[in-house]
Design a protein around this ligand. Structure first.
Ligand code: F6P
Length: 411
């Protein structure tokens, strides 16, 4: 394949998303791509010619190592829904004209299911107009909700962070000899994979969280309060993990029962926030005890100081596989991870039609949630455990993790 490469990052970031960018960059250079361009803020930036030449930015092996260890999208991200071709053919003309001007042979997009929609639409358009440009999706999301792939890069590190801070919060809860409840709110939108990761806090030196509520099942506020009341009969300090996306049976998010923000992004996703605060306030009122809400929010997806080595390595691998695939002539595909075994943990990469992955949300199977809906099965814990293994230390300078920053000059 002769030609340049362009790569972008899209959707919510992760702490290892830049490791995929490093994998794309390094492999493209190794395979002889003359230039590797980065889109600033994904396709939205691309449409405004907001691009950087990565060859100018990544000048040494040390830069690549720093990039791998830098959390959050180095190139910047976007939540931008590409319209259907018929609704805006001019936008497609503009994208393909710029791709041709830059002599792009392959386009890579590191993202989740919404971002795969962009790869799907662009690869279909290339087919429509007979363009030889190849489009490959590189999976990424802390939510772990991409279909077909065993798991997604970004999930393992967020799960490791959640399991670790849950342990620490449980310990903190034991400090005072008094009744108290801590509610931890965890991201994941409509999929409970990340909330399930709080179950990994339970081990020989930790009792684990007392209750776990995933968005796959309707949440009953009265039943929750009754359950807490019963637990308080035998235990003083309780810790409950809830997904940001739990809903009551009427389809209303739990946080919408309280004071909340009304922000909606271009994919129509509501900003989910406030579930823990709402429930902690209810508990405080009902039980007259100390009740804290801990919303992990963006901390769980930017904790570059506690990444999983398995995750950061796989993130790099999927970037590399994407480039090798494009250079071998593939297009309209997403790289997937295929687990060969859990113990010992062995995982390989493969390709799958992006068409069948875009816009699909993979949820936690109901058989992996206990019947009363307040915990998860050992099977689910066993599925997550290998993904949080080992660490990759940040490069520490003057006591803090060093990050690589992109300067703003554009092409
Ligand atoms: O898509 C990943 C995710 O982190 C979700 O878990 C969360 O609901 C959402 O992004 C938050 O969106 P934003 O990046 O707009 O704050």
């Amino acid at each position: 394949m002769v030609g340049n490469v362009v790569v972008g990052q899209s959707g919510g970031p992760t702490s290892v998303i830049n490791s995929s960018l490093a994998g794309v960059y390094k492999t493209a250079k190794d395979l002889g791509a003359p230039r590797v361009y980065g889109m600033r803020h994904g396709i939205q930036g691309f449409l405004e010619r907001n691009l950087v030449d990565l060859d100018d930015k990544l000048r040494s092996e040390m830069d690549i190592e720093l990039l791998k260890r830098t959390p959050s999208a180095y190139l910047g991200s976007c939540r931008f829904k590409l319209p259907e071709y018929d609704a805006n053919p001019e936008m497609y003309d503009k994208i393909f004209a710029l791709l041709e001007e830059l002599e792009i042979a392959a386009f890579f997009y590191i993202g989740g299911n919404d971002s795969m929609d962009t790869i799907n639409k662009l690869s279909k358009h290339a087919d429509r107009i007979g363009s030889p440009i190849r489009f490959i999706g590189v999976p990424k999301t802390i939510d772990n909700d991409l279909d077909v792939t065993d798991h997604t890069p970004g999930f393992g590190s967020a799960a490791k962070y959640i399991a670790s801070v849950s342990k620490e919060l449980i310990r903190d809860g034991l400090v005072y000899d008094q009744k108290q409840i801590t509610i931890i709110e965890i991201m994941g939108r409509n999929a409970g994979w990340l909330t399930a990761a709080a179950a990994l806090a339970k081990c020989e030196d930790c009792e684990g969280v007392d209750l776990l509520y995933l968005p796959e099942l309707p949440f009953d506020i009265d039943k929750f309060l009754d359950k807490v009341e019963r637990l308080f009969l035998t235990k003083k300090a309780l810790v409950v993990a809830v997904s940001e996306g739990i809903k009551t049976a009427d389809g209303k998010y739990v946080f919408e029962h309280g004071v909340h923000t009304e922000y909606v992004d271009s994919f129509g996703h509501k900003q989910l926030s406030g579930t823990a605060t709402y429930l902690a306030n209810l508990c405080g009122q009902r039980f007259g005890c100390k009740a804290r809400a801990v919303e992990l929010a963006t901390l769980q997806r930017c904790a570059g100081h506690l990444t999983s080595r398995v995750d950061i390595t796989e993130a790099y691998q999927v970037g590399g596989t994407a480039v090798s695939a494009a250079f071998a002539g593939e297009t309209g595909k997403m790289v997937i991870l295929k687990r060969v075994s859990s113990d010992p943990y062995i995982c390989t990469t493969d390709l799958y039609d992006v068409d069948k992955i875009a816009n699909v949300e993979k949820k936690v199977p109901l058989e992996w949630i206990t019947e009363d809906g307040t915990y998860v099965s050992q099977e689910l814990i066993n599925y997550i455990r290998p993904l949080i293994q080992a660490e990759l230390s940040p490069i520490m300078i003057t006591g803090q993790p060093r990050h690589i920053v992109v300067d703003i000059d554009r092409i």
